[in-house]
Write a new protein. Structure first.
Length: 564
């Protein structure tokens, strides 16, 4: 029994050891053979080739059709042999090389100033005449070049389906025209005229030159879809001039009349006048192309340089010849007719450029060369006329100067006269003012004296009246005082009674008088009882006397007022 248990344990230990060896071996295989490390900036593309032995599951899976990715289930396990669509990113990945082909792909990096162009190899063929495919990476259903371009950035691209190329600015030359595509930069002062090589169902744009221009900026352009003409906007100068003669020192040469000398009549704009004389002239045109005119310029002439060669120069020569040949040599020299010629040529030149969709700012006839045999007599005649006019003007100037001096003398005389008159008026005004001031002062003194007199009279009257009033007041006061004593005496009945009343009124209230018997022959009177009795009697008599005095005082008062 013990040996049997030992055998079982030995078998279990052997089995565990075998499992451990297998596990360790599997781990070593995974981290050595199956492990695939992907660095940053790289991707891993997997190609499922099936198990190496026929008896293993999946050996009999069918192979994906060319131009298609291998199908996978929901968990990502392959259902077909072939290339898987999804790329694995940076990191560690474990795929056995016996079942898988593993390829490292570098990410596509589009630098600034570049664009990326992708081509789809998956899907169906495009309809005849079409070569651009709409959609992004992984979204296309047809084969062909993607219409979408890829600006600067990093892209993880499976080149099994989308071969990718990076381009910079490309110039496409066709004859004298140079068009741009790829990374197109339009600087300030320029616009881009777009030429579509095919239609665009998404925007509805048709092939050909587009009316809408590109303003200044940076544009990624698909070279299979569009080309861009970069057109400078603004005004340009074009001058057609005669070839002048120069001396050995390089200084221009002039004839006797001071006009510049020319080499021949073939330079500049040359034509015969209506009277048969050879005329040459210089002409300068300031012309330009506006943004809305650029597409028509490219459509009609191919580029702006062709406008100058095919329109500006021929029109200047043609218009100046046609209009100048209608005038005589003298008319080309005289100021008014020459100015009219300038206006007519500019107007006609502007009309011709408008028909070609070109803007004219100004067309200027700068110089007209007339043969000396025609110019000298005309100039001498004009000089004589100018000298005559100069003499006339000098005489008129001298006469005007004499009139000016005379007028200045009259002005000075008038100034002196006005000065004297002014001084006279000032003196008269001062004298009159002094006279009025003195008269006013005398009149004022007179009035003050009259007022002082009246004031003195009033003060005298006031003094008299005040004295009379004071005397009357004193008299009345004394009369009233005497009437007061008289009425008081009458009220008490006699002067003695009145005096007793005055004496009693002056005694203190707390005085007590008592009658005491002091013996035979001595008599003391109780003044207190006597005083009360006497005072009561005197008060009643005084009240009666007051009533009588008020009745008698009224006629006395009236008599006093009548005496006054």
């Amino acid at each position: 029994m013990a040996s049997r248990m030992n055998r079982i344990r030995g078998r279990i230990a052997t089995a565990l050891l075998g499992v451990s060896v297998l596990a360790i071996g599997w781990v070593m295989v995974e981290w050595t053979i199956n492990r695939k490390y992907v660095d940053p900036g790289e991707s891993l593309r997997l190609i499922y080739k099936g198990p190496p032995l026929p008896f293993l599951p999946g050996y009999s899976l069918e192979t994906a059709k060319p131009g298609q990715f291998a199908q996978v289930d929901e968990e990502g396990s392959p259902l077909q042999k072939g290339v898987l669509e999804v790329l694995k990113g940076p990191g560690r990945h474990f795929y056995s090389p016996f079942w898988w082909d593993r390829e490292i792909l570098e990410d596509i990096v589009v630098q600034p100033g570049q664009v990326g162009i992708a081509t789809s190899k998956m899907g169906t063929n495009l309809p005849p005449g079409q070569f651009l495919v709409d959609g992004g990476l992984g979204e296309t259903t047809h084969k062909g070049v993607l219409r979408k371009v890829f600006p600067p950035g990093r892209y993880r691209v499976n080149d099994y389906a989308y071969p990718f190329k990076v381009i910079e600015l490309e110039e496409v030359t066709s004859g004298s025209q140079t068009k741009h595509t790829g990374w197109v930069e339009i600087e300030t002062g320029y616009v881009g005229v777009v030429t579509n090589l095919t239609d665009n169902p998404l925007t509805g744009a048709q092939p050909g030159i587009q009316d809408k221009v590109l303003p200044p900026g940076l544009y990624p352009i698909n070279p299979d879809e569009q080309h861009v003409d970069i057109v400078e906007i603004g005004f340009r100068e074009k001058s057609i001039t005669m070839q002048r003669k120069f001396d050995a020192q390089g200084e221009p040469m002039f004839d006797e009349s001071g006009e510049p000398m020319i080499v021949d009549n073939d330079s500049g704009i040359s034509f015969p006048s209506s009277d048969g004389f050879g005329i040459s002239m210089d002409f300068t045109a300031i012309w330009g192309v506006m943004p809305n005119q650029a597409p028509e310029i490219i459509r009609t002439f191919g580029n702006v340089a062709a406008v100058e060669d095919k329109v500006i120069v021929p029109q200047i020569d043609s218009i100046c010849r046609n209009m100048g040949s209608k005038l005589g040599a003298v008319e080309m020299l005289v100021g008014e007719s020459r100015q009219q010629f300038q206006l007519d040529t500019s107007k006609e030149f502007e009309r011709a450029l408008e028909e070609k969709n070109v803007t004219l700012s100004y067309g200027l006839v700068r110089y007209i060369f007339i043969p000396q045999e025609v110019r000298l007599p005309i100039q001498e005649a004009f000089i004589s006329d100018e000298l005559k006019l100069t003499r006339e003007q000098e005489q008129l100037t001298a006469k005007t100067e004499g009139n000016l001096r005379e007028a200045e003398a009259r002005v000075e005389l008038e100034q002196e006269r006005v000065k004297v008159e002014t001084e006279k008026l000032v003196a008269e005004t001062i004298a009159e003012g002094n006279k009025v001031a003195k008269e006013t002062a005398a009149e004022t003194i007179k009035l003050v004296a009259a007022v002082d007199k009246e004031v003195a009279e009033l003060e005298a009257q006031a003094t008299i009246q005040l004295g009379q009033a004071a005397a009357t007041t004193k008299q009345l006061r004394e009369e009233a005082r005497s009437d007061k004593f008289r009425l008081a005496v009458e009220a008490f009945g006699s002067g003695q009674a009145y005096n007793q009343w005055v004496f009693a009124s002056g005694l203190p209230e707390d005085v007590e008088l008592q009658l005491l018997y002091a013996g035979e022959g001595t008599f003391w009177t109780d003044l207190k009882g006597f005083t009360d009795v006497m005072l009561g009697k005197q008060v009643s008599e005084t009240q009666r006397a007051g009533q009588q005095s008020s009745q008698t005082a009224q006629p006395a008062s009236n008599r006093s007022r009548r005496s006054r």
